[in-house]
Design a protein around this ligand. Structure first.
Ligand code: URA
Length: 303
């Protein structure tokens, strides 16, 4: 895609953190070839290549020839629906077992339409690591959307760009540890893990259903037990409801705005509630309130 943007528009996009990229050449693109440098056109083109590559790798896992032969299911059994019970012992699993359990989960109908499960993204670990990465921040969103379902990574679409900008404003970044130092010069707590309440995409990006949230809840709980973050940032009402259901009576009846501005707890970890970035994209005035929430979360880390 190519856009005719004038100088002022380019400056504004740069200001909003939207990077500009050169359109891809018409020749076939080797996946081993790095992205070309900046000129014009939008980042989406590059994202699509990355997503297509990941999608190819992900779908390669479902090569029919490598699948075990199907066992016929008894009519009326759970298996006959194509679903199966969640694996037992999630609360004892190590990090690698938990990742495998999520990747193979068929406990609700979302498994039928998903392309990838979305476990979360954080500091790099060796493959099959049993121990979770040490993190300071855990950011919990709602559920993967289309881009996340394709990429197998949370918050890679427009809402994700805003989330990355919000992190950047705190001198944090997804994946690797940030580079920030506190004013006193001491290293700041800057390791971030990002995940969602649901690990599979709801079709057509509809809201998560209570039964789906209940099925996925043990995975998030175990992630939190293993990650032991210093603070949890719950983005949007579904994250807030999932994390506060045990501590805030009738939480599903309370408007999100009333859950903000104070520190809740989940398994002893401070929880700060804020607006979902997708909502903030539509409601600019609430960005200032979201910044207050980030400051409250930063205070938890500092204290
Ligand atoms: N919205 C979410 O809540 N999570 C994602 O991963 C993407 C969009």
């Amino acid at each position: 895609m190519s856009l005719d943007l004038d100088k002022r528009q380019r400056a504004m996009l740069r200001e909003m953190g939207v990077r500009l990229w050169q359109p891809l050449p018409a020749m076939p693109v080797s996946l081993a070839t790095p992205a070309l440098p900046v000129a014009s056109g939008v980042e989406i083109a590059i994202n699509k290549i990355a997503v297509d590559a990941k999608f190819e790798r992900a779908t390669a896992r479902f090569d029919e020839s490598s699948r075990p032969a199907a066992v016929p299911a008894a009519p009326g059994s759970l298996q006959s629906t194509g679903l199966s019970a969640r694996p037992a012992g999630i609360d004892q699993m190590d990090w690698s077992a938990l990742q495998s359990a999520v990747a193979g989960c068929r406990a609700c109908r979302l498994c039928e339409s998903r392309r990838n499960t979305v476990f979360g993204v954080g500091p790099a670990l060796p493959a099959q690591a049993a121990v979770a990465p040490p993190v300071d921040w855990l950011i919990v969103g709602e559920a993967p959307g289309e881009n996340e379902d394709l990429a197998g990574e949370p918050f890679v679409g427009q809402a994700g760009k805003l989330l990355d900008n919000m992190l950047q404003a705190m001198k944090l970044q997804r994946g690797e540890a940030g580079v920030a130092a506190s004013p006193a010069g001491a290293a700041m707590s800057n390791r971030v893990f990002i995940t969602n309440v649901l690990k599979c995409r709801p079709p057509a990006n509809r809201n998560p259903e209570p039964a789906e949230m209940a099925q996925c809840e043990p995975y998030l709980k175990r992630q939190i037990e293993l990650l032991q973050p210093k603070v949890i940032l719950a983005l949007g009402r579904f994250a807030a409801q999932s994390l506060l259901q045990a501590s805030v009576p009738d939480v599903q009846k309370i408007p999100l705005g009333k859950l903000r501005g104070r520190v809740h707890r989940y398994l002893g970890v401070p929880v700060v509630v804020s607006y979902h970035p997708a909502y903030l994209l539509r409601s600019l005035p609430d960005k200032a309130k979201a910044w207050d929430d980030l400051c409250l979360a930063m205070d938890q880390i500092r204290s």
